[in-house]
Design a protein around this ligand. Structure first.
Ligand code: COA
Ligand code: UVW
Length: 333
C-alpha cells in the first residue's frame, strides 16, 4: 500500500477534527469533498457565506462545519483566549478581533487552542511565514523544545534507497538561521517524525558538502558539531555526519567515504545544513524524480498545525490533512 494510503487508513480509524481556514481557495473545497467522502477527518471550514458559496461551487461538502468568522457564537471565547495569550505582547480585544477577521489562520489556531479542533492545515494560498506565524505565537513549542521545524515526507517512486523510497527531509520550511544546537534538535525531531509516520527505525544523516572532514570550512564544522551534540543529548538516536548526500544514501559510496558509519549508505532521515538546501532539495526530488512530497509538516509545535506549498494540488491537501489527523492521534500518547 502506498505511504499516504496507509496514513489515510490510520486517520479513519480514530477520526479527528481538522480546521481549514482557506475558504478563498477552490482547492480547499476540492480537498474537503475527498476528505469527507473518504471519511479521513471531520472538517471545519472558516469562511463567510459569500466565500463559501463562490469557491465551493461544484463540490459536495455536506458534513463540514462552516464557521463564519464575522458571525460565530463562539467568537468572544476566541478573542478572550487571544488576549489571554498575547496581552503581554500588547494585544487588546479590538486588535484580537481585527486580526482574527483579517487572517483566518489566527481563528483556526484559537479553535485548536480552545479544544474545538484537533489540528489545522493552511498554506495553499498563503506563504509559509504567514501560515505558521499564528501557530508559533499562539500554540508555541512542545515543552522542552527550542524551535519548531518543518519536514517533508518524501515518497520516491521506484527507489530502493532510504526506507524503500520513503524519507524525511528537514528543515525545509521554517528556520532561516540554524546553528549546531538547532540542527541537533532538528535531527531528534526528524527521527521521531520518521518513526511515527513510517513505523521504521530512523537513520539520520546530517548533510554537508563534506564527508568525515574531507573539506575544512566553518559550515562543515557547524554540522560536525551538531552530530557531537546529538550524540551527547540524544544517545538513543542513530545519527551520523557530516556526510555528503551520496555517502548518506548509496552503499558503494558510503564504503569509500565513511566506511564505519552506521548511517552512511542507509540513511532515511536527511537533515539539511540550511533552509536553502532543504527547501531546494525537496523541490528538486519532487519535480525531477516525481516524488510525493507531503508537507511541510511542522514538528516541535504543541499542537498539529501544518503548512502546504502554494503549488499544491487538492490531493496534497488531503494527504497533509490525513498526516495532521495522525499527529493529533499521537498527541496524547
Ligand atoms: C518562521 C518565521 C515566520 C518567524 O519569523 P517572524 O515572522 O519574523 O516572526 P518572529 O521572529 O517575530 O517570531 C514570531 C514568534 O514566533 C516565534 N518563533 C519564530 N521562529 C520560531 C521557531 N522556529 N520555533 C518556535 N518559535 C518560533 C518567536 O519566538 C516569536 O514568538 P513571540 O511573538 O511569542 O515572541 C520566519 O522565520 C520565516 O519566515 N521563516 C521562513 C519561512 C519560509 O519562507 N520558508 C520557505 C518556504 S516553506
Ligand atoms: C514549502 C514551500 O516551499 O512553500 P511555498 O512553495 O508555498 O513557498
Amino acid at each position: 500500500m502506498a505511504f499516504i494510503d496507509e496514513i489515510k487508513e490510520r486517520a479513519k480509524a480514530d477520526k479527528k477534527t481538522i480546521v481549514l481556514p482557506e475558504s478563498m481557495d477552490k482547492r480547499t473545497f476540492e480537498a474537503a469533498e475527498k476528505i469527507l467522502k473518504e471519511g479521513i477527518a471531520n472538517l471545519i471550514i472558516i469562511g463567510t457565506p459569500e466565500e463559501i458559496a463562490e469557491n465551493s461551487k461544484g463540490y459536495d461538502i455536506t458534513g463540514a462545519t462552516i464557521v463564519d468568522p464575522f458571525n460565530d457564537p463562539n467568537k468572544q471565547k476566541y478573542i478572550d483566549k487571544f488576549v489571554e495569550l498575547r496581552s503581554k505582547k500588547g494585544v487588546t480585544p479590538e486588535m484580537a478581533k481585527e486580526q482574527m477577521e483579517k487572517d483566518y489562520m489566527y481563528y483556526a489556531c484559537l479553535m485548536c487552542k480552545c479544544g474545538d479542533a484537533d489540528g489545522a492545515v493552511s498554506g495553499a494560498c498563503h506563504s509559509t511565514g504567514n501560515t505558521i506565524r499564528p501557530a508559533l505565537q499562539l500554540l508555541k513549542t512542545k515543552p522542552g523544545i527550542g524551535s519548531v521545524s518543518g519536514f517533508f515526507l518524501m515518497e520516491v517512486p521506484d527507489c530502493e534507497l532510504g526506507e524503500n523510497g520513503l524519507f524525511v527531509f528537514a528543515d525545509c520550511a521554517v528556520n532561516p538561521d540554524v546553528d549546531s544546537e538547532k540542527l541537533a534538535e532538528i535531527a531528534m525531531l526528524s527521527a521521531e517524525s520518521f518513526e511515527a509516520f513510517t513505523g521504521a527505525k530512523s537513520k539520520v544523516a546530517m548533510l554537508s558538502f563534506s564527508s568525515y572532514g574531507s573539506a575544512k570550512h566553518d559550515r562543515v564544522t557547524m554540522v560536525a558539531d551538531a552530530v557531537k551534540i546529538a550524540h551527547e543529548k540524544y544517545p538513543e538516536l542513530t545519527v551520523d555526519g557530516e556526510l555528503q548526500l551520496d555517502a548518506a544514501l548509496v552503499p558503494e559510496v558510503a564504503k569509500l567515504k565513511a566506511p564505519d558509519s552506521k548511517v552512511a549508505g542507509q540513511a532515511n532521515t536527511l537533515v539539511f545544513p540550511s533552509l536553502e538546501a532543504g527547501n531546494i532539495g525537496y523541490k528538486l526530488v519532487q519535480r525531477l524524480a516525481k516524488a510525493g512530497a507531503y508537507g511541510p509538516v511542522l514538528q516541535g509545535l504543541s499542537m498539529p498545525v501544518n503548512d502546504l506549498s502554494r503549488g499544491c494540488f487538492a490531493e496534497d491537501i488531503v494527504g497533509v490533512v490525513a498526516m495532521t489527523a495522525v499527529q493529533a492521534q499521537n498527541a496524547g500518547k
